[in-house]
Design a protein around this ligand. Structure first.
Ligand SMILES: [Zn+2]
Length: 412
């Protein structure tokens, strides 16, 4: 057994432990508690900071790690999203694989040991499934109408089944139906049915922009224009669904305990209640939303009403980095600005990025330090005398000094 000690251990599975220790044996947690009571170890590593579970990035696209210039180029959402169909066909499989590997390395450097990763090119599966990350790699369906689906359904489905057949990793294969404005209604329902037939998870984008809301409700706005231009013929383009994107998601079968949704910026009280009814986690991606001027997610309302949430960075094409800890102060500021009283807010945010992310991915063995769980840890060089949740939220960004992934130590 290898023992890691730290002035403060934040297990999430229990209260913070001063002068704590975590024992790791064969990639699993074998002990968590006071250092003074730890079992005898073959080796001990003494960390100086706050020790937490490995963080969960519950929404990202690691294949776009090479598109970081899109974060900096200030294009607005509508122009920004059309860059992908232009760039993707020009990117080689080697470039995709390098980008994903870079994204994996950057994630681990920030203490992220589990991801909900949206996979667009098939080549991106390779490095993901060879990595030590936990979570789900979601094969994406995007820009597909009924006619295109007829042709593509079989080969699209084969990618899922073939990848699952060879997958020996700790990342499951899932399905990411991109959005309601990029898929036909029948296609959307078909994808949900397929996920349930195969017993795999779903992860769509929900209510990221007001334009999405406009398209789903009325079939109008920039996305209607974009789809006409690229020849995508969607049912919603004729008059819309007459209700919110969240309600439409419930109709096509994209909500449930086997799904979690990215963004959820434009959700009213009824939408939030619907998500609670379906026990569906929303991934807050505050910095990506700010970059794309998508709006502010109702963070304070989610907390007050008890919606299950997780934290994501989104891709490097809209996020300055893949540092989940850097989302915390931004979300805190947003919540306070929206009227949150701040009581317990830091702990809520740290839990969202750990056990919240784990639950969003359907995992019970990650996101908390508990005996039998995967040995995923992160060490943050923050004030160890302060309240540990407050210290992590205010100083954690850029301060991860070590990561343990599946029992393997990486020092930064
Ligand atoms: Zn996304």
């Amino acid at each position: 057994m290898h023992i890691y000690t730290a002035p403060v251990v934040v297990p999430i599975a229990g209260d913070p432990i001063r002068d704590g220790a975590v024992g790791v044996d064969d990639g699993r947690i074998a002990y968590v508690g006071p250092a003074a009571e730890a079992p005898e170890a073959d080796d001990t590593t003494a960390f100086a900071g706050v020790l937490t579970p490995g963080l969960v990035n519950a929404h990202t696209h690691l294949c776009y790690t090479g598109f970081a210039d899109m974060h900096d180029n200030e294009k607005e959402f509508f122009e920004w999203i059309q860059e992908f169909p232009r760039r993707n066909p020009q990117t080689t499989d080697d470039e995709w694989r390098c980008a994903v590997q870079d994204g994996i390395d950057q994630s681990l450097a920030h203490g992220v040991t589990a991801v909900a990763d949206v996979v667009t090119p098939q080549a991106a599966f390779g490095p993901l499934l060879e990595s030590d990350l936990a979570g789900v790699a979601y094969w994406e369906a995007c820009f597909i109408d009924e006619d295109a689906w007829e042709e593509r359904r079989k080969s699209w489905r084969e990618v899922v089944t073939d990848t699952r057949a060879v997958n020996g990793s700790d990342l499951a294969v899932g399905i990411s139906p991109h959005t309601l404005y990029s898929l036909g209604t029948g296609v959307a329902k078909g994808l949900a049915e397929l996920a349930r037939t195969l017993d795999i998870r779903l992860h769509p984008h929900l209510a990221e922009t007001t334009h999405e809301d406009m398209f789903v409700r009325r079939g109008s706005g920039p996305f209607a224009f974009m789809n006409r231009r690229i020849g995508l013929d969607l049912e919603l383009a004729s008059g819309g669904a007459g209700h919110s994107p969240a309600q439409q998601m419930a109709k096509v079968g994209w909500l449930g305990t086997d799904s979690h949704v990215a963004h959820g910026v434009h959700l009213d009280a009824e939408d939030r209640a619907l998500l609670r009814e379906h026990d569906t986690h929303v991934v807050l991606c505050a910095r990506s939303n700010a970059r794309l001027e998508a709006g502010e997610a109702p963070v304070a309302a989610h907390r007050k009403e008890g919606n299950p949430v997780a934290v994501g960075t989104d891709s490097r094409a809209s996020s300055p980095d893949l540092d989940i800890a850097a989302e915390w102060p931004v979300l805190r500021k947003m919540a306070l600005g929206q009227g949150d009283d701040g009581d317990g807010l830091n702990e809520w945010l740290v839990r969202a990025a750990t056990e919240g992310g784990a639950a969003a991915l359907g995992r019970t063995d990650i996101g908390a330090i508990k005996v039998g769980g995967r040995a995923d840890l992160a060490v943050f060089e923050v004030d160890t005398d302060a309240n540990p949740y407050a210290a992590l939220v205010s100083e954690g960004a850029g301060n991860c000094k070590a990561t343990v992934v599946k029992g393997r130590l990486i020092e930064h």
